[in-house]
Design a protein around this ligand. Structure first.
Ligand SMILES: [Zn+2]
Length: 79
């Protein structure tokens, strides 16, 4: 009678936090006229949005979504 392990909401478990230490690095907003698909480095999945952010990290430029940008910004402020 094994317990079925339910996967928690993908929202916070599967984030790629490997570069969160660089939350303070600059991010430039890229705003498209209409929704485009792009891969959010931090969510590690495909997002559809008009707005994306180019995050300048030591590992190169990473694309992140609006949600991750907000989170990283507050993370950088709390340091
Ligand atoms: Zn994201």
């Amino acid at each position: 009678m094994g317990k079925i392990k339910k996967k928690k909401a993908k929202d916070w478990v599967d984030k790629n936090k490997s570069l969160d230490v660089e939350a303070g690095a600059s991010r430039a907003a890229v705003i498209e006229p209409k929704s485009v698909a792009f891969h959010c480095f931090r969510c590690d999945c495909t997002k559809h949005a008009k707005r994306q952010f180019v995050w300048k990290t030591s590992q190169g430029d990473k694309l992140v979504c609006n949600g991750c940008h907000g989170l990283l910004t507050s993370l950088a402020r709390s340091r």
